[in-house]
Design a protein around this ligand. Structure first.
Ligand code: ATP
Length: 238
């Protein structure tokens, strides 16, 4: 049996005595974009942080390519190919676009580094045009592209994206959605957290609904879209 790229089983995690995830199972295969949707406080960021190694699970397992990484420190996971694009983007404002990308390519040299830069600039011509511009002066959408580009510099296997559409104008949101849906490759899978279900369904083929720390629905997004729980979660107000 071929192991999925990322497998999470029975994940229980939280902060001190607050348990935010109560036994989550989730799978991301290579070449797929998977969305995780849910309302404020459902535990979406906690799940991403657990995969990245920023939150230590109380129970459960996280496997990358069949290898258990549950207790690995952040840096080791990053080296193994887990890349995070955090909410709020966090580009280094005073540094140029180019230098921000170089920071993402740490550990690479020479030809490999040049090839990674080439790949990012080909994907994002807008970043190529602005390579000498200070990152802090980019538009919101461009900063999001830069944050994604920086994650790509490390040649990731699993890309974790936290709310990529947050705070973007609808037109830019559509552009970023298109970029994210094209990120998966033969050896790469994407897990994207979105509070905006419409955007999530546009980006991903498959998804999970997280409600109060429990996965309450999952499946192809074309089916999830009409799921009663999904509709209830998104039609009612917070
Ligand atoms: P949002 O969409 O608002 O970002 P989310 O689904 O990502 O929400 P989490 O941020 O994972 O939700 O939060 C899940 C629960 O854990 C919430 O009840 C939250 O208050 C709690 N929580 C999150 N971070 C911490 C923390 N550092 N310390 C204590 N509790 C936390």
């Amino acid at each position: 049996m071929i192991e999925p790229l990322l497998r999470i089983t029975g994940l229980v995690a939280g902060y001190g005595r607050i348990e935010a995830l109560h036994g989550v199972d989730l799978v991301v295969n290579a070449s797929e974009v998977v969305c995780l949707i849910g309302r404020n406080g459902a535990g979406k960021s906690t799940l991403l942080k657990s995969v990245a190694g920023l939150v230590r699970p109380a129970r459960g397992e996280i496997l990358l390519d069949g290898e258990e990484i549950t207790d690995w420190p952040v840096q080791r996971r990053a080296r193994a190919g887990i890349a995070t694009v955090p909410e709020g983007r966090h580009v280094f404002g005073p540094l140029s676009v180019h230098d921000n990308l170089l920071l993402g390519g740490h550990g690479q040299h020479g030809g490999m580094l040049a090839a990674s830069l080439d790949d990012v600039y080909t994907r994002f011509p807008r970043l190529a045009e602005r390579r000498h511009q200070a990152a802090g002066t980019l538009s919101g959408g461009e900063q999001q592209m830069l944050a994604i580009g920086r994650a790509l510099m490390a040649g990731p296997r699993v890309i974790l994206l936290d709310e990529p559409s947050l705070g973007l104008a609808p037109r830019i949101m559509a552009e970023v959605a298109e970029i994210v849906s094209a990120l998966a490759g033969a050896e790469t899978g994407v897990l994207v957290v979105e509070q905006n279900a419409e955007v999530a369904f546009r980006i991903a083929r498959r998804g999970y609904l997280l409600e109060r720390g429990v996965i309450s629905a999952s499946g192809p997004t074309r089916v999830l879209r009409d799921n009663a729980r999904v509709r209830a979660a998104y039609l009612s107000k917070d």
